[in-house]
Design a protein. Structure first.
Length: 434
């Protein structure tokens, strides 16, 4: 009923209140769409064994589907964003969701592995556009002073996908087949599309950037460092996470029910991670940034060492889940801050690098599983995340102000300003806060 009232433009409350409520509802709808997209992206992680059995293929070969998906996103994020940069954003979002829904119908009716991969490529195309524009849209439509919370809600959509989407997809796949999982995701996406059409205002493209923005962005050393950091951490994370289901069952000896519980814990703990980010990041941005990466590395190492202890696995996943969520939130905030005049270009590049990491992690996890054994995916992943940890320390040393939140309207130096300008700005701001 609330959705219908908003659509009809109820006038029984002050205009500013109605506008803020509609803006907040639009952010929630975007968070719900993030839930759907993240569920779709990662649901194969919980279905690898079923899909491999259905097509008579080794699970490590089926797992390469994750690499194909991620690298399609990586290759198309920036080109698609540039091709669509003049399109009104609500209209673009509707078209993206239509493609997303159609591709899920292809996956749900796939009679061969090749057809399934074709459907996943279609989903990857829609993913490339969706994540290139969504973070900046959420910040843009959020009520005044609520931009950080808007990013947090998008991350909550990701967390809930880990909690409900992926385990639910696994349960549905066990009960009535993995194809039904894809069809249901498409049906939920159709409902989300209706909600977004009703709640979002017209959003002309702005601060998108262009092809000429790319050399400018890549001259910013800290921004390049953030992109390299993303590849290192995400590759390490997905080296282990892509194969967590077969790892849990064949290496740790867990039952299918225990494996589902493990996935639930991993995703569920992402929600408190999102809450802690919203509360603490403003005052402990650098500590949370570096600490989240260190915690991911420690958890992956712990899983490699304590793989046969169920409760230790549960505990490590309870720490690993929120750590990777906080890392993603901190990275989005930092990338948007370093490219205020070309947010969509910068975000598209970030999405591309993130998916390079996903694809590289899935491919490396497959290779490690074949060459060394599933038991070593955590060890290799931890080593890569440790490289990311070193890069994060370099980023902090170069620009300690990166990620430093300020009250709405507080001016910042230009992103290309020399470190001395940023240092003086940071000292003045710290004095005002003190």
């Amino acid at each position: 009923m609330f959705l219908l009232n908003l659509a009809l433009g109820v006038s029984g409350m002050p205009r500013s209140t109605l506008t803020n409520r509609r803006a907040s509802s639009g952010v929630y709808a975007l968070a719900l769409s993030a839930f759907v997209f993240n569920t779709s992206e990662f649901v194969p992680v919980g279905l690898l064994s079923d899909i491999s059995f259905s097509f008579g293929m080794p699970v490590t070969h089926v797992g390469l589907m994750l690499t194909i998906y991620a690298w399609v996103v990586a290759l198309t994020s920036l080109p698609f964003m540039l091709l669509t940069r003049r399109i009104e954003r609500r209209r673009l979002l509707m078209g993206t969701l239509l493609l997303f829904i159609a591709a899920h119908v292809v996956c749900g009716t796939a009679g061969s592995y090749a057809m399934l991969v074709a459907g996943r490529v279609g989903i990857a195309f829609s993913h490339a556009v969706f994540w290139s524009i969504t973070a900046s849209l959420a910040v843009r439509i959020a009520p005044p002073g609520k931009q950080a919370q808007a990013l947090g809600l998008l991350a909550a959509g990701t967390s809930i996908a880990m909690v409900l989407g992926i385990p639910a997809g696994r349960v549905i796949g066990d009960l009535i087949g993995w194809r039904t999982t894809f069809l249901l995701i498409g049906a939920v996406a159709a409902l989300v599309m209706v909600a977004l059409r009703l709640l979002l205002p017209r959003l002309p493209a702005q601060n998108v950037g262009s092809l000429t923005s790319i050399p400018l962005l890549f001259r910013r050393r800290v921004l390049v460092g953030l992109y390299l950091l993303t590849i290192a951490v995400v590759t390490g994370h997905f080296t282990a996470y892509s194969y967590i289901e077969p790892f849990a069952q064949t290496v740790a000896g867990l039952t299918p029910l225990d494996t589902t519980t493990l996935l639930l814990v991993f995703g569920g703990m992402g929600i408190p991670g999102t809450i802690l980010f919203g509360r603490w990041y403003a005052h402990h941005s650098n500590a949370m940034f570096v600490g989240s990466i260190a915690l991911v590395a420690a958890c992956l190492l712990g899983i490699a060492v304590a793989k046969s202890h169920y409760w230790t696995m549960i505990t490590l996943c309870a720490l690993w889940g929120p750590a990777i969520i906080v890392f993603g939130l901190a990275m989005q905030a930092r990338v948007l801050e370093r490219a205020p005049e070309a947010t969509d270009v910068a975000t598209a590049i970030y999405s591309a690098t993130y998916n390079v990491g996903i694809g590289a992690g899935a491919l490396l996890g497959s290779d490690v599983s074949v060459q060394l054994g599933l038991s070593d995916v955590g060890m290799v992943g931890s080593a890569l995340v440790a490289i990311g940890l070193l890069i994060s320390i370099w980023v902090i040393r170069q620009h300690p102000d990166v990620g430093m939140p300020v009250p709405p309207g507080t001016p910042r130096p230009h992103p290309d300003a020399p470190p001395g300008v940023w240092r003086r700005w940071r000292n003045r701001h710290a004095a005002r806060r003190g």
